[in-house]
Write a protein that binds this ligand. Structure first.
Ligand code: FAD
Length: 373
C-alpha cells in the first residue's frame, strides 16, 4: 500500500505528466499521405493534432474525391462520363454532371479570353500527335463504339499504335481532318447547365483543367473534415490553405526548366491559393532535333513552338490556374505577359534564350515571390 506522503509526492508528477500529455496531444503536427490518380501521383499534407483527423480516415475521403473526378472526367477510361459524351450523337443534348458542364463553361470562358488559343476540343489533335490515350486514335477513325473495337486493349494493338505513333509528325491530311472536328464554339451547354451538345464530332479533352479540379475537390473534402491548414498536390498542381504547424505560410518551389539552384527556379507563398505549372520539357518528342510538346495550337493543329518553356500561374482555384497555365503556353511569353498584366493574372514565364533561359513575371505574380535563387 503506498504511504500517504508518497501519494502526496506523486500528485505533482501526475499533474506534470497530464500537462505534458495535454500539450503533446493538442500541439499541431503535420500528417501526410500520397497516392496515384489520373496517370500521375498526389501528395497531401495537413495540420492536425495527435488524436484529431487520423490519416486513415482523411486519406480515404481524399482518395474518393480524386477517384470520382478521375472516373467521370478521364479520356483514358472508356466508360467515363466524358467519354460517353464524346461518343454521344452529334446535335443531341447529353445529360452530364453539373460540375462537368460548369468546368466546360469555365474552359469556354478561357478560350474566349485567349481567342481560341486554349480549347478543350483539341482532343483529336492531342491523340493524333500521340499525347493522348493510345487506343482512342483508331476507334475514332473507324469505329463508332469504342468498346466494340476487337483490339481496343489488346497489347499487340497498343504496340501497333506505338509503332504508328513513335513520336512522329502526322500527315498533313490527318491534321486537317482532325482540325475539322476542333472548335469550342461548337460545344453548347443548355441554360440550366445540365446538358452539353456537340454540334460536330468534337472530342473534349479536360486534361488541362480537370487535374486542377481534382485538387479543388480534394481541398473541399479536407475542409468538410474540418481541416483548415493543408497543402494538396496532384501531378504538379498545388493548392494551399492556412499555415504549417510552425505558423508559417506554405512555401512552394517552382521547378523551372532552367533548374536553378537545387533544381528550384523560384519560391512562392501562394497564401490560400493554387499554383499550377505547364511546360514543354516533360511531355514531348523530338524529330530532327526539333521538339514537339503536348501543348497544341488548336488553330494550326501543330504543337505550339513558341520560345516559352514553362508557365507558372497562381489563382483562386486549381482548375483555373491549371487551364490558364496551358493557355499561356500556347499564347507565349510576349502575348501572355501582356494579357496577364492587362487582366491582373499572376503568371511567371520561363523561356528559351541563346544563353539558356530567362524569366518574366506579371505584376500580380510578384507579391507571391519569396526568393529568386
Ligand atoms: P497541362 O499543361 O496542364 O495540360 C496539357 C494537356 O492539355 C495536354 O496533354 C492536352 O491533353 C491538353 N491540351 C493541349 N493543348 C491544349 C490547348 N491548346 N487547349 C486546351 N487543352 C490543351 N494520363 C495518363 O497517362 N494515364 C491516365 O490514366 C490519365 N488519366 C487522367 C485522368 C484525368 C481525369 C485527367 C484530367 C488527366 C489524366 N491523365 C492521364 C493525363 C495526365 O494527368 C496529364 O499529364 C495531365 O492531364 C496534363 O497535365 P500537365 O500538367 O502535364 O499539362
Amino acid at each position: 500500500m503506498l504511504s500517504r506522503s508518497l501519494k502526496r509526492s506523486l500528485i505533482p508528477a501526475i499533474i506534470v505528466l497530464v500537462a505534458v500529455f495535454l500539450v503533446l496531444s493538442t500541439r499541431p503536427r503535420l500528417n501526410s499521405f500520397q497516392g496515384q490518380v489520373m496517370g500521375t501521383t498526389y501528395n497531401v499534407s495537413y495540420v492536425a493534432t495527435l488524436f484529431s483527423h487520423p490519416v486513415k480516415d482523411v486519406s480515404a475521403v481524399v482518395q474518393d474525391a480524386l477517384a470520382d473526378v478521375d472516373q467521370r472526367m478521364s479520356t483514358y477510361k472508356p466508360d467515363s462520363e466524358l467519354m460517353q459524351f464524346n461518343r454521344a450523337p452529334v446535335g443531341e443534348p447529353f445529360k452530364l454532371s453539373g460540375d462537368i458542364v460548369q468546368l466546360v463553361q469555365q474552359a469556354r470562358a478561357i478560350s474566349d479570353l485567349s481567342d481560341g488559343a486554349y480549347d478543350i476540343t483539341v482532343g483529336p489533335l492531342v491523340n493524333l500527335w500521340g499525347f493522348g490515350p493510345t487506343q482512342w486514335v483508331a476507334v475514332n477513325d473507324s469505329h463508332e463504339d469504342s468498346d466494340s473495337h476487337p483490339l481496343a486493349n489488346a497489347p499487340e494493338f497498343v504496340k501497333w499504335i506505338e509503332d504508328q505513333y513513335p513520336g512522329h509528325i502526322p500527315e498533313a491530311t490527318a491534321i486537317q481532318e482532325a482540325l475539322a472536328n476542333v472548335g469550342y464554339q461548337s460545344l453548347k451547354a443548355d441554360p440550366e447547365g445540365s446538358t452539353l451538345t456537340r454540334e460536330k464530332a468534337l472530342f473534349v479533352d479536360l486534361s488541362s483543367i480537370a487535374k486542377g479540379y481534382g485538387v479543388d475537390q480534394a481541398a473541399a473534402a479536407l475542409r468538410a473534415q474540418g481541416i483548415e491548414d493543408f497543402m494538396v498536390e496532384v501531378g504538379g498542381e498545388v493548392l494551399v490553405q492556412g499555415v504549417k504547424p510552425n505558423g508559417n505560410p506554405w512555401r512552394l518551389a517552382v521547378i523551372g526548366p532552367e533548374m536553378g539552384k537545387n533544381g528550384v527556379s523560384a519560391l512562392v507563398e501562394p497564401l490560400d491559393k493554387a499554383l499550377a505549372t505547364s511546360g514543354d520539357y516533360l511531355n514531348f518528342f523530338e524529330v530532327d532535333g526539333k521538339r514537339y510538346s503536348h501543348t497544341i495550337n488548336p488553330v494550326t493543329g501543330w504543337p505550339e513552338a513558341k520560345r516559352v518553356a514553362e508557365v507558372a500561374v497562381i489563382a483562386d482555384t486549381s482548375a483555373r490556374a491549371d487551364a490558364l497555365a496551358t493557355m499561356f503556353m500556347v499564347l507565349g511569353d510576349e502575348k501572355g505577359l501582356e494579357l496577364a498584366n492587362r487582366l491582373g493574372i499572376a503568371a511567371r514565364f520561363a523561356y528559351y534564350t541563346d544563353e539558356g533561359f530567362a524569366t518574366v513575371t506579371s505584376e500580380a505574380f510578384k507579391p507571391y515571390l519569396v526568393q529568386q535563387p
